[in-house]
Design a protein around this ligand. Structure first.
Ligand SMILES: Nc1nc2c(ncn2[C@@H]2O[C@H](COP(=O)(O)OP(=O)(O)OP(=O)(O)O)[C@@H](O)[C@H]2O)c(=O)[nH]1
Length: 439
């Protein structure tokens, strides 16, 4: 019998109500001992909770009873909505321990939900994302995944792949019996179509992962270009020190922004220049590293000075760039070649800042915005699906039918790692029943 576990489901700190959740086989008996008879399933009822030892009233609480298997965890579960004081929560938690329950491990409720088949791994991950979501777009993505968007997509692929594998196994048998067949060809065609779909799904520019993890934006440029002033203007606060002394910013200064619902971290960096100052050298090294790792790089230069070679060189390697001519109140920005997007700004007059923000929002939506198809959200999914696509490609060109079957099986297992559902044998059984008519 599994342990009956409990945990506070509401947040830390003082609040009017604290929610304790319980799950496990003994839930019904524990609730009876604490609160009297069980209420109707899923109906809130007001109860006195009593100490199981001396009968002292611990709290007056709302009680909800969720009999398994139609509960979050799939097990018998309950919720106690207590008054929020910490002494109340402690008293009820101690009573639960005396009744044989134990505090839950982190994520244990969702783990049980997965183990009882209430959700697949992508949905379990989405629950964690939903709890951590800070922006509307993150919430939407997590909700869609929790609702099974990825589970259905990958589940569909699993079924198709299982059929392909079954065809391939059948082809091997037919070949051994010297029966003419095009079953292996059909498997190969289906595998090609599936591999193309997986590859298209992988070629999403990491949008789902970016939305989940946040976009990384770096501001680079020569000393005194006005980078810190730009960061402060975008962040709406004096996050970085601004001074007329070239080389003021030495370290990376980060600010969080939300761009069209996409979370972003924007970093001010040390001005790029050759220097003998060891600390500034380290700052420049960090600036270059930050620019190399960023999803979007803002190259800043003073309008009256024009862009410098170091900054332009570093922009070349970036996935997406915006050139900003700062201090446009001091002089007209230079005319650049037509392909470069340039926005002229002034931290003094505010000119160009709305246009820069709009450009950043457009880039954020391009790089991390929600689309019609669900995006994969974790590097873990990407690694497994890349392996599946690779195995499918190898299987299609395998010299022996047995090797092809092996490749299809490996691809199936790789997708199964994403969803946590690998029930190959059961599905194979059902498909072979259809195949083996007359054999
Ligand atoms: N007139 C004018 N001056 C500006 C503007 N932006 C920045 N400055 C001035 O330019 C100087 C340098 O600004 P910072 O924002 O510190 O420049 P930085 O690129 O971060 O400089 P480093 O830390 O040396 O890399 C300061 O004196 C600012 O007040 C602007 O839009 N217009």
């Amino acid at each position: 019998m599994t342990d009956t576990i409990f945990a506070k489901a509401s947040g830390a700190g003082q609040a009017a109500v604290a929610v304790l959740r319980l799950s496990g086989a003994a839930t019904a008996s524990v609730v009876r001992r604490l609160a009297g008879r069980l209420p109707e399933p899923r109906r809130a009822s007001l109860r006195r909770l009593r100490d199981p030892g001396d009968g002292e009233v611990l709290d007056q609480a709302l009680l909800l009873w969720f009999p398994g298997p139609a509960s979050y965890t799939g097990e018998d579960s309950a919720e106690l909505h207590l008054h929020g004081g910490s002494a109340v929560v402690v008293a009820v938690a101690e009573a639960l321990v005396r009744l044989g329950c134990r505090p839950a491990e982190p994520g244990e409720f969702t783990r049980r939900a997965f183990l009882h088949g209430r959700m697949d791994l992508t949905q379990a991950e989405a629950i964690a994302d939903l709890i951590a979501a800070e922006t509307a777009a993150q919430r939407r993505q997590a909700l869609r995944q929790a609702d099974g968007a990825l589970a259905r997509l990958y589940g569909g692929w699993t079924e198709r792949l299982t059929r392909i594998l079954a065809q391939q196994e059948a082809a091997i048998e037919f070949e051994m019996d010297d029966l003419p067949t095009d079953v292996a060809d059909r498997a190969r065609e289906a595998a090609a179509a599936l591999a193309a779909e997986i590859t298209a799904h992988l070629a999403d520019g990491r949008r789902g992962e970016r939305l989940r993890d946040g976009l990384s934006i770096a501001i680079i440029g020569a000393p005194n270009a006005g980078k810190s002033s730009l960061l402060n203007a975008l962040a709406g606060r004096e996050a970085a020190i601004v001074s007329p002394i070239a080389g003021t910013t030495r370290d990376v200064v980060e600010c969080r922004l939300v761009l069209a619902g996409v979370p972003a971290v924007i970093a001010d960096t040390a001005g790029l220049r050759a220097t003998i100052d060891a600390i500034e050298q380290e700052g420049v090294r960090r600036a270059i590293k930050r620019a190399e790792e960023a999803d979007l790089v803002i190259g800043a230069f003073a309008a009256d000075a024009g862009p410098d070679a170091e900054t332009l060189a570093l922009l070349r390697g970036a996935p997406e760039t915006i050139l900003v001519a700062t201090k446009c109140d001091l002089g007209a920005p230079p005319v650049l070649e037509r392909s470069a997007t340039m926005i002229a700004t002034s931290a003094i007059t505010g000119e160009g800042l709305p246009a820069l923000r709009a450009a950043l929002e457009a880039a954020a939506l391009r790089q991390a915005g929600l689309g019609d198809a669900p995006f994969l959200t974790r590097a873990r999914h990407r690694a497994a699906l890349e392996e599946a696509a690779q195995q499918l490609d190898q299987a299609r060109s395998a010299p022996l039918p047995e090797l092809a079957a092996e490749g299809y099986r490996a691809a199936l297992l790789a997708i199964g790692r994403v969803t946590g559902r690998v029930d190959v044998e059961r599905i194979l059984d059902s498909i072979f029943r259809d195949f083996c008519i007359g054999k």
